[in-house]
Design a protein around this ligand. Structure first.
Ligand SMILES: NC(=O)c1ccc[n+]([C@@H]2O[C@H](COP(=O)([O-])OP(=O)(O)OC[C@H]3O[C@@H](n4cnc5c(N)ncnc54)[C@H](O)[C@@H]3O)[C@@H](O)[C@H]2O)c1
Length: 267
């Protein structure tokens, strides 16, 4: 399926840069948004310096897009007002632009941290209630809820990817379960952008085929991609990889600790 014109928010970021480079040869045109200035790197790229908090600027930049890959936002624990503004309000503006201008597909970058308090011994699927491991996870739960609302109420086609740990190679024991390789990330992104319009709404974990993973792989009915990489192949290079994981410990690991959130709360 032709990708047509694809907009990428957060195009200057870690995943955005990888997606941009891969998709520029596959899409007719790329519309790239970030709050930091981007340089045009190919003839079919349009770049926009836009803050996601500015609804009018987001809508103006997204004009003409067939599909949106919404990656922009705060990607980790932060004070709740910052997360609400960048992640929740920012997503609202992207969805509003999609509703008002008739964009076919919106792919939302959610996170595994929406369910970080499930135990590592529990194979978790997207149908289970959210159990965020922090304020960041709460903001991503709201992102998913906004996507669902726009699909149910306004008929938009929205796919939420609960991204695992996007790393070139897995580097720590938790990554043995959570790693998302760049190759698999692009596979999931392509599948989400091109899923048939009959997929009105879907939520899926975007994780590599890790032997130790604790998330279900996507239902092919919603997202037709089967990951190919396995963090286990890198286990020999990861200190502590041979220690067995506690099946009762939260999937989020250190992110689940109170200190991780307390840094962003009043003493
Ligand atoms: N990297 C991971 O392992 C991972 C895991 C789970 C989820 N995610 C999600 O995937 C997305 C991309 O992650 P990443 O690792 O590339 O993050 P990143 O921080 O590298 O990129 C995010 C981009 O968003 C931009 N941005 C932030 N606030 C903005 C605003 N108000 N207006 C406009 N642009 C803004 C930043 O400038 C940055 O370029 C994020 O939504 C993140 O929450 C990432």
């Amino acid at each position: 399926m032709s990708l047509g014109t694809v907009a990428i928010t957060g195009a200057a970021g870690t995943i955005g840069s990888v997606a941009r480079e891969a998709l520029r040869g596959e899409a007719d045109r790329l519309i790239l948004l970030d709050r930091v200035p981007l340089r045009q790197e190919a003839e079919n790229e349009d770049t926009h310096c836009v803050d996601l908090r500015d609804a009018a600027a987001v809508e103006a930049a997204l004009a003409g897009a067939d599909r949106v890959l919404h990656l922009g936002g705060v990607p980790d624990e932060a004070p709740l007002p910052d997360l609400l503004e960048a992640n929740v309000l920012g997503t609202h503006h992207v969805l509003e632009a999609a509703r008002r201008t008739g964009i076919e597909r919106v792919v939302l970058a959610s996170s595994n941290r929406v369910t970080g308090f499930y135990a590592t011994g529990h194979l978790t699927g997207p149908q289970e209630p959210v159990r965020p491991d922090g304020l960041y996870g709460v903001s991503k739960a709201a992102v998913e809820a906004l996507g669902r609302l726009y699909a149910d109420k306004f008929g938009l086609s929205v796919i939420c990817l609960r991204i695992g740990s996007f790393e070139r190679v897995p580097a720590e024991p938790r990554h043995l379960a959570t790693w998302l390789s760049p190759r698999d990330a692009l596979g999931y992104i392509r599948a989400a952008l091109t899923a048939p319009p009959s997929t009105r709404f879907a939520t899926a974990y975007a994780v590599s085929a890790n032997t130790r993973r604790f998330w279900e792989l996507p239902d092919p009915a919603g997202l037709a991609y089967t990951p190919v990489d396995d963090a286990e192949l890198h286990a020999g290079a990861i200190p502590g990889a041979d220690r067995p994981a506690d099946p009762a410990a939260p999937q989020a690991g250190p992110y689940a600790l109170p200190e991780f959130t307390l840094r962003h709360l009043r003493p």
